[in-house]
Design a protein around this ligand. Structure first.
Ligand code: 16G
Length: 247
């Protein structure tokens, strides 16, 4: 661990320098997710600063979601979280690749079937309409992050599973390139809840741990609902971000 003394002559406040020290060690992997970092007292002693200086540094890191404090136990490194834009229509693959992450999927189900009451209602078609169902565990850097079930109008992508291997391919890329679908907009709702037993097993998390459940209906440029997706994201890995405009 690099232990450079703080620079009292620097225009950078001492608490910022302590913050940089902790950040640097999180980024280079010396302080690993869910491990305890040195206590405030240890850090204050190590750098010869007032303990309040260290408290301020840790408070800011906590507010930024980089560490979490367990009262009586210490300060721990938060797991890596992924930011997703809430106000742009992007696919999982696009969002993650844009940030330099590796994406893969475990396909649990890929089949042509008939719309049940729920998916028929969401896609605005009669029950029994031909649909394609794709259920995947979405992984980022080999870690399971989300469970997604997409129900698509089969008429919009008739032979979807004959030409694509969704363990590696992007569904939206297939819809855009092979079926020339212009995905124009989507309506989405989010809610927090506890993971079911099955979700917890598939996402490798504790049962009843928090998840974000998202329902999305995606429309093409003729306002035809083409996909209804029901997704469950690990609550400890995601941050959703949106820019809100004053109307
Ligand atoms: C996103 C969409 C999902 C879509 C998937 C396609 C949400 C909540 N859901 O995860 O509806 O099926 O992207 O991803 O954002 P892909 O193109 O990487 O297969």
């Amino acid at each position: 661990m690099i232990e450079q003394p703080l620079d009292a002559t620097s225009p950078k406040p001492l608490y910022e320098q302590v913050k940089d020290f902790i950040l640097h060690h999180i980024q280079d992997g010396t302080f690993k997710p869910h491990t305890r970092i040195p206590s405030e007292r240890e850090l204050a002693q190590r750098f010869g600063v007032n303990r309040l200086t260290v408290t301020k540094a840790i408070k800011e890191l906590e507010q930024a979601g980089l560490v979490y404090v367990r009262i009586g136990k210490g300060t721990f490194v938060a797991p890596e979280t992924y930011n997703l834009q809430l106000d742009t229509l992007m696919s999982f693959t696009e969002e993650m690749r844009q940030r330099g992450h590796e994406v893969s999927s475990r396909v649990l189900n890929a089949a042509m079937t008939e719309a049940n009451a729920e998916s028929a209602h969401r896609l605005c078609v009669p029950v029994g309409t031909r649909v394609a169902i794709l259920r995947r565990v979405r992984c980022v850097n080999d870690q399971p992050i989300a469970l997604e079930t997409s129900t698509l109008l089969a008429s919009a992508c008739p032979d979807l599973f004959e030409h694509h291997d969704f363990t590696a391919e992007s569904l939206y890329a297939a819809l855009r390139t092979r079926y020339k679908l212009a995905l124009a907009y989507a309506e989405q709702t989010l809610e927090a809840r506890a993971a079911s037993r099955e979700e917890a097993v598939l996402l490798e998390m504790a049962e009843r741990a928090p998840v974000l459940a998202i329902q999305r209906v995606t429309y093409d440029d003729r306002s035809r609902a083409v996909e209804y997706a029901s997704s469950v994201y690990r609550g400890d890995r995601y941050k959703f971000r949106a820019v809100l405009k004053n109307l």
